[in-house]
Design a protein around this ligand. Structure first.
Ligand code: HEM
Length: 449
């Protein structure tokens, strides 16, 4: 960070209404609004109703916030709405509890483990594509969501669940994803208490999922059987200093967290990948050529992934253009300073991977889909901290390798056999909700051979 506080540009978002502040543009056109803010400063004040919040726009400021989690802890008005749903799991716990949980959970996400989960992922990818018919039009967004939900459920629970359980998890999560975002953005928190059909459906889905998770965790802890799945790794994990384990309650919260945090972002990223490939034939042709040459007719596997260099650049560029996690909040736990500006305890700080990734000062032609910007000799010019699809610091995504492996396997397996064509006349608009989705994405499945 520049040591001279005077070198930072402090700014304020333009416009804003007396009571609502910037709540309207943030609700109606959040991506456009956020991406416009770096123009006004390195740290930009935004008003969310009566609250003041600050968007860290300069990558060094974002890094500073993420590298100092004791001062800039998880929190903020959006986030407080999610906590009751996810419990005190890894994504929602405060600094102290998080440190212990992360130590206990990290080993289950080591590369060796993830590679072992790849069989479940491949099984689900093949089951999905096995249903496709040549010329069939289907919603790629919904298909990718179903795929990641099923693959995550199978990886977490392995043999402990029935096909009916997987279908239930898929149904409940679809309801929860819609409702979580509405709750996060409802200004007063009254709407979700009304007995509307939507709210009743949300509560039923939440209860059903909690019951299902409680049953599976109970069985896993009681039998102590290690089926090699993610839940067993979490249940048997011991803290290195005091040999403590995750309690049953913590295990349930972690499972809920992993189901919510682990399915939607990866599904959205995969849907964006097929949308961008379908609308950029020159990129698609190169990707197909690489996959044909590397796989040479063999099924995709984790062993082959390092050789799919262009495919990885494509996926990285997908995450730059449409980072599923598009905005996050932190809250100051004490009086703090950022960009030379004093912040009172309880101040909300925002960071937006979307605003960083679309900033022309950080990425030339930021709206252009250009996978080769990630060629090693060009990628080294990307400023540190400018590319943050998985966040950074102690709260960096624990599932980054899991999600990347799953997406790479899906892109390689599907593209080896199918070309997904856009449907003419269908418009695709980013949907910034809990994560950044495509909305309905109709595409035509054409066999490649
Ligand atoms: C392409 C896929 C994914 C993307 C882009 C993504 C993105 C992110 C980001 C940006 C964060 C940091 C949030 C913050 O700074 O507040 C995060 C956290 C997290 N992610 Fe992911 N994620 C992906 C896949 C996954 C998967 C597959 C899992 C689990 C199987 C997962 C589980 C989590 C958890 C538990 C956290 C909280 C970590 C902590 O606070 O220690 N994510 N993710």
């Amino acid at each position: 960070m520049p040591s001279e506080s005077s070198s930072w540009r402090l700014g304020a978002a333009p416009g804003g209404l007396p009571l609502l502040g910037h709540a309207l543009p943030l609700r109606r056109h959040p991506l456009r609004f956020l991406a416009s803010l770096p123009e006004y400063g390195d740290l930009v004040q935004v008003r969310l109703g009566p609250h003041r919040a600050y968007l860290a726009c300069h990558p060094d400021l974002v890094q500073h916030v993420l590298a100092n989690p004791r001062v800039f802890d998880k929190g903020g008005p959006f986030f407080d709405k999610v906590r009751p749903l996810l419990g005190n799991g890894l994504g929602t716990s405060g600094w102290d509890a998080h440190r212990r949980q992360r130590r206990l959970m990290q080993p289950a996400f080591h590369r060796g483990h993830i590679d072992a989960y790849a069989d479940e992922m491949l099984h689900e990818i093949k089951a999905l594509t096995g249903l496709w018919q040549p010329g069939q039009v289907f919603d790629v967004g919904a298909a990718m969501q179903a795929l990641t939900t099923r693959a995550t459920a199978r990886t977490l629970f392995s043999a402990d669940i029935t096909e009916q359980d997987v279908a239930d998890i898929q149904r409940c999560l679809a309801v929860l994803f819609g409702g979580i975002y509405r709750r996060m953005t409802a200004p007063l928190g009254l709407w979700e208490k009304l007995p509307t059909p939507g709210n009743r459906q949300f509560r039923r889905a939440q209860t059903r999922l909690q019951e299902l998770i409680a049953r599976i965790v109970r069985d896993c802890v009681r039998t102590g059987a290690d089926q090699g799945d993610l839940l067993a790794s979490l249940a048997t994990a011991r803290h290195e200093s005091d040999d403590s384990a995750l309690t049953d309650r913590e295990l349930r919260d972690q499972v809920m967290t992993l189901l919510v945090a682990g399915t939607e972002p990866t599904g959205h990223a995969m849907a964006w990948a097929f949308h961008l490939l379908g609308t950029h034939p020159e990129v698609e042709t190169r990707l197909h050529a690489e996959i044909d040459s590397v796989l040479a007719g063999r099924p995709a596997s984790v062993r082959e992934l390092p050789r799919l260099e262009y495919t990885r650049r494509v996926f990285t560029e997908v995450l730059r253009l449409y980072p599923p996690g598009w905005m996050f909040t932190r809250t100051t736990t004490t009086e703090a300073e950022l960009a030379g500006h004093r912040l009172a305890p309880g101040t909300t700080i925002l960071y937006s991977p979307y605003a960083l990734h679309r900033n022309p000062r950080l990425f030339p032609l930021p709206d252009t889909f250009a996978p080769d910007r990630w060629l090693p000799h060009r990628a080294k010019d990307v400023p540190r901290g400018a590319m943050l699809p998985f966040g950074a610091g102690n709260r960096k995504c624990i599932g980054d390798h899991f999600g990347t492996t799953e997406a790479m396997l899906a892109i390689a397996t599907i593209s080896a056999h199918w070309r997904l064509r856009p449907v003419s006349g269908a418009t695709v608009r980013p949907r910034p909700e809990t994560t950044l989705g495509t909305g309905p994405l109709p595409m035509v499945a054409e066999p490649r051979r």
